[in-house]
Design a binder for this molecule. Structure first.
Ligand code: MG
Ligand code: MG
Length: 252
C-alpha cells in the first residue's frame, strides 16, 4: 500500500491553518470587485496587496517562474491563466486560483465565478457541479481511505452530471512546498493511490469540462485550455486529515 505524504507537526499545521484562512479571506474580499471592465491584472494586484497586508507571502509569485500572484483562467481556460490587461465581460466564467505562505507553509485555493449572469443557467450549472464535486471529494478525505475514494467519487458524480474531469492536471499533497506527494487525481478506482493518514494535508481540485477532458497549453507556456474550446470550471480547497475527519483549511 502506498503511504507517501508527509505528516505535519502541530506547528506546521497551525501555520497552514493561518495560510488557509488568509487566502480564503482575501479571495472573499476580492469577489466584491468582480464585475465586467475589471482587468485580470487588477484582480491580481488586489490579491497580492491583500495577502501582504495579512502578513503572508503570495505563494505563486515567482514559483516555477510564474509571473503573478493568482492564476486567472477565463471560459475555455482551465488553469494557469496569466493575469494581464484583458478585462472581464458579462457572461465570462472566471477561475481564480491563489495561495499564501505563512512561516514557510503553503495554502492553495481556487473558486470559479460567473460574471453578471444568473447562476440559473448552463454556465451556472457547470460551476455548481464543480463546486459540489469538490465538496464530495472533501467528504472522502478521511484517515484510512485511499486517495482513490476521493478520485472515484468525484469522477462518478461529475460524469453522472454529464460533464467530464481533466486527467492531465491533478490535486496534490501540500505543506513546505506547494506541490508535494501524493497526487490527488479527479478520476480513478477507489483502491488507487496513497493511504490517507491523520496529519496529512492535501489540495483537492476538481477541474470539470463541459466537453472533452482533453487539454492543450497555449504559446505563453502556462495557460491550459480545453482542446475543444468548451468551458471549464475549477474549485480547490486545502484539506487536513484529522482524527475528527476532513478539515478545510481554506476557509474563513
Ligand atoms: Mg491552486
Ligand atoms: Mg493546487
Amino acid at each position: 500500500m502506498v503511504t507517501e505524504g508527509t505528516i505535519k507537526t502541530p506547528d506546521q499545521m497551525n501555520s497552514m491553518i493561518e495560510a488557509g484562512k488568509i487566502v480564503a479571506k482575501v479571495l472573499l474580499e476580492c469577489e466584491k470587485n468582480l464585475k465586467s471592465s475589471i482587468s485580470t491584472e487588477e484582480i491580481d494586484d488586489f490579491l497580492r496587496e491583500a495577502i501582504k497586508k495579512e502578513g503572508a507571502k503570495p505563494a505563486f509569485l515567482g514559483l516555477y517562474d510564474f509571473p503573478a500572484t493568482a492564476c486567472i483562467s477565463l471560459n475555455e481556460e482551465i488553469v494557469h491563466g496569466i493575469p494581464g490587461s484583458r478585462k472581464l465581460k458579462k457572461g465570462d466564467i472566471v477561475s481564480i486560483d491563489c495561495g499564501a505562505i505563512v512561516d514557510g507553509m503553503y495554502s492553495d485555493h481556487a473558486k470559479t465565478y460567473l460574471i453578471e449572469e444568473s447562476n440559473n443557467s448552463a454556465k451556472g450549472r457547470l460551476i455548481s457541479v464543480t463546486k459540489r464535486a469538490l465538496d464530495i471529494g472533501v467528504e472522502n478525505a478521511i484517515s484510512g481511505n485511499n486517495i482513490g475514494m476521493i478520485s472515484n467519487t468525484i469522477e462518478k458524480y461529475v460524469l453522472e452530471q454529464g460533464y467530464d474531469v481533466v486527467r492531465e492536471y491533478v490535486g496534490h499533497g501540500i505543506g513546505e512546498q506547494l506541490h508535494e506527494p501524493p497526487s490527488v487525481p479527479n478520476f480513478g478506482d477507489k483502491e488507487d493511490g496513497a493511504l490517507l493518514r491523520v496529519g496529512m494535508v492535501i489540495a483537492i481540485e476538481p477541474m470539470v469540462t463541459e466537453g472533452s477532458w482533453k487539454t492543450k497549453t497555449l504559446d505563453d507556456k502556462w495557460t491550459v485550455v480545453t482542446e475543444d474550446g468548451k468551458l471549464s470550471a475549477h474549485f480547490e480547497h486545502t484539506v487536513a486529515i484529522t482524527e475528527n475527519g476532513p478539515k478545510i483549511l481554506t476557509k474563513t
